[in-house]
Design a protein around this ligand. Sequence first.
Ligand code: GLY
Length: 367
Amino acid sequence: MADPCVHGSRGDCAISVRRGGLSVLGEGVRKAVPGARVIMLAVDEGVRTRWAPAAHASLEAAGLRVHVVPLQADENEKSIAAVERVWAAMLQAGMQRGDALVALGGGIAGDLAGFAAATFLRGIPLVMAPTTLLAMVDASIGGKTAVNLPLPKGGLGKNLAGAFHAPSWVLCDVDTLATLSDRDFRCGLAECVKHALIADPAMLRWMRGTCASILAREPVALEELVRRSVAIKAAVVSRDEFECGERAHLNLGHTFGHALESVLHDRLRHGEAVAIGLVAAVAASRAAGWWPDADPAEVAAALAQVGLPTKVPTSVDRATLNVAMGFDKKGSGGRRRLVLLRGPGQPAVLDDATDAIVDAGWSAVGA
Ligand code: GLY
């Protein structure tokens, strides 16, 4: 399978998926951003000792002048203050509009560094070198960059300030997945299952058959997993870069999932909440009459096989979840939108989800 590519309004963005990719980072940046002389390597603290030296060496070997700015992979640090630190480092390095920022790390680092690149000098080239499965198959693809903002009543509003800023190149070095924790790795698998459900039922069968190799993080299996998953997202984003329509299908399971994540933030990570949300969405698809043969238990089995949760882990009041979903009577503003499935690989948006449909989703996951 060839490397996927996003065809965007500002040109194509190749997504290279390979082992040992960081050793060719410099060469690839030279090709993707021919005008760059200075590189700001924005490094997620979580991978600084293990992966930054290889990235740094490769960029320098390609004749690029490299500066490094560290980033904390923490939602509280995904802030304008952190972006200011990246801007200051880029000013200090004397970077010009043709120079580039390379983001090395997970989704938080990529979103934050991407936003700094989108706004510095009104936008400089960005290269993504994701090191988590979630960042490879989702966050790095499609040009969404953002930071969180403090909400007036307290707490954090996720991704409330951001910009679309398509990367010039994405390099997924699957070797970097070897150092990911099991929990983080499984969270990325939830997005792979989501991609399979919305566009490639054969991929779900392949994942089930290859599960042992995937969980053992065998490089050949990882390359195929990332390439297939990225190809699905790249195709969707190429057809709807700015989320005017079809891109919303990537939110399958996320409306249920986000509600769980916000109510049970101390218990569930994003990918785990999405996994439960996918089971709920399949059950809701059946309740809506869109996919009468839908079998939530089958999807749950696929998710459980890779160690993801498929039931709400503790008792939660359904009304609380509906409020978190924005589906309560007062707060919904009349819109109760859900991405559901009309069949395997056939996502669509339901604009007026009834209580019965939403309840069927929650019942399937024990809420
Ligand atoms: N993660 C969903 C999107 O990129 O649109």
